[in-house]
Ligand binder design. Structure first.
Ligand code: RUB
Ligand code: MG
Length: 488
């Protein structure tokens, strides 16, 4: 598929710039012999051209519409350094095992993006091009962001190393729980749930994505009761505790108001939902940086555009943008829980959050090397339908630098919320100890848990209630190179 010459480009200026419509490849958006620069942003798109549309022309169109082009020749190109500003599609390959789909690699010059602005970068890369008629579908699969551009972002306000220092917690995953029911509790009842969870042994409790300031619980009531619970649980256990106060609101002014109040009450953490948008995320990261507060990011809404293989934006790209934009915690999936997530693909997201340098790893969906240029690391959050009986799988999949969050798997415990938290903490500590002793936790996990449960009735009850619960459905978003990688 890849061609070795610039076939198609019209170089004669008179012909190139006479008014009319040319093919994108004739305009210079297809350059198979293009030499990638270290300062280029590289994108891998998965495109499904309409029947009869040449994949190379479709790739050139993607490069054109996501950079400088419009549908017709414009003489004003000649007032610019258009040869370098034009994005270049430089390689097209059929996707293995997916007839009609092609991978198209496109390079973008550094000058095309404003420094430190995900809003600006995304307005180019996913601006018009996903609605383009010659394509049935398009997906941004992966991105390589050049160090020169990475250095224009401040990244996570706290980062996972400093977070551990502030919390004084090392050598094990952190534990959390989402307060349930998501909606409807009064402030006082809500605070009670938070206290029970933290007192039982969790490090964090968490507001859910859709709890903001509804009539049943004004945000100030929630913040007051939650912080009362946090302080009492810290005093009772001698540990630093936190509860992610969701400051998501309808305006920036209101979000700042809520963040200020959270800080005033002594919260170590605030939370926002991905749906607030890139600019709001970058602004809240600035606020968190200035106020020494951890920023928890719930990826609410992402499944609308990340899940389907043929259209949208892969979550690995969203994770890369979020690390640049700045968040300290990021929901990245569980693989074993109730929500979408192929294990290898999910591990790829974790690598994006925690690596200093991410290596190409096709089986985990990573198509490029990514140098993070010492940008701080994001703490991934595994959350969604998990329970103590899966502890060995979770630690085996994700290691120590992760928040394991059991919402229903704490609050639904038959002996109460505090018992649910105890079960999770005991399961976690037994599994970490077994791993540190060199045991194969993936194989021995169930027996390690059973043994630990002999001395812990809450863990026994958790295993009896949920031990057999699993969510075995075929994942939607898997690597196309899971069996034998063919692209270098
Ligand atoms: O409320 C929950 C989980 O509750 P529970 O633990 O009771 O299932 C979170 O919103 C999900 O983690 C979001 O999904 P993701 O983390 O994949 O973004
Ligand atoms: Mg939720």
């Amino acid at each position: 598929m890849t061609e070795t010459c610039n076939e198609g480009i019209i170089t004669d200026a008179k012909k190139r710039y006479s008014a009319g419509v040319l093919k994108y490849r004739q305009m210079g958006y297809w350059q198979p012999d293009y030499e990638i620069k270290e300062t280029d942003t590289l994108c891998l798109f998965r495109i499904t051209p309409q029947d009869g549309v040449d994949p190379v022309e479709a790739a050139a169109a993607v490069a054109g519409e996501s950079s400088t082009a419009t549908w017709t020749v414009v003489w004003t190109d000649r007032l610019t350094a258009c040869d370098s500003y034009r994005a270049k599609a430089y390689k097209v390959e059929p996707v293995p095992g997916r007839p009609g789909e092609y991978f198209a690699w496109v390079a973008y010059d550094l000058i095309l993006f404003e420094e430190g602005s995900i809003a600006n970068m995304t307005a180019s890369l996913i601006g018009n091009v996903f609605s383009f008629k010659p394509l049935k579908a398009a997906r941004l699969e992966d991105i390589r962001i050049p160090v020169a551009y990475v250095k224009t972002f401040k990244g996570p306000p706290t980062g996972l190393v400093v977070e551990r220092e502030r919390l004084d917690k090392f050598g094990r995953p952190l534990l959390g729980a989402t307060t349930k029911p998501k909606l409807g509790l009064s402030g006082r009842n809500y605070g009670r749930v938070v206290y029970e969870g933290l007192k039982g042994g969790l490090d964090f409790m968490k507001d859910d994505e859709n709890i903001n300031s509804q009539p049943f619980m004004h945000w100030r009531d929630r913040f007051l009761y939650v912080m009362d619970a946090v302080n009492k649980a810290s005093a009772a256990t001698g540990e630093v505790k936190g509860s992610y106060l969701n400051i998501t609101a309808g305006t920036m002014e209101e979000m700042y108001r809520r963040a200020d109040f959270a800080k005033e009450l002594g919260s170590v953490v605030v939370m926002v939902d991905l749906v607030i948008g890139w600019t709001a995320i970058q602004s809240m990261a600035e606020w968190c940086r200035a106020n020494d507060v951890i920023m928890h990011m719930h990826r609410a809404g992402h499944g609308t555009y990340t899940r389907q293989k043929n259209h949208g934006v892969s979550f690995r790209v969203i994770a890369k943008w979020l690390r640049l934009a700045g968040c300290d915690h990021l929901h990245t999936g569980t693989a074993v829980g109730k929500l979408e997530g192929d294990p290898m693909t999910v591990q790829g997201y974790y690598n994006v959050c925690r690596d200093s340098y991410t290596r190409t790893d096709l089986q985990r969906g990573l198509f490029f090397d990514q140098d993070w240029a010492d940008l701080k690391k994001v703490m991934p959050v595994a959350s969604g339908g998990i329970h103590a009986g899966q502890m060995h799988q979770l630690i085996d999949l994700f290691g120590d630098d992760v928040v394991l969050q059991f919402g229903g798997g704490t609050i639904g415990h038959p002996q109460g919320i505090q018992a649910g938290a105890v079960a999770n903490r005991v399961a976690l500590e037994s599994m970490v100890k077994a791993r540190n002793e060199g045991r194969n936790i993936l194989e021995e996990g169930p027996s390690i848990l059973k043994k630990a449960a002999e001395g812990c009735s809450p863990l026994k009850a958790a295993l009896d209630t949920w031990g057999e619960i699993s969510f075995n459905y075929a994942p939607t978003d898997t690597s196309d190179y899971a069996v034998s990688p063919t692209v270098a």
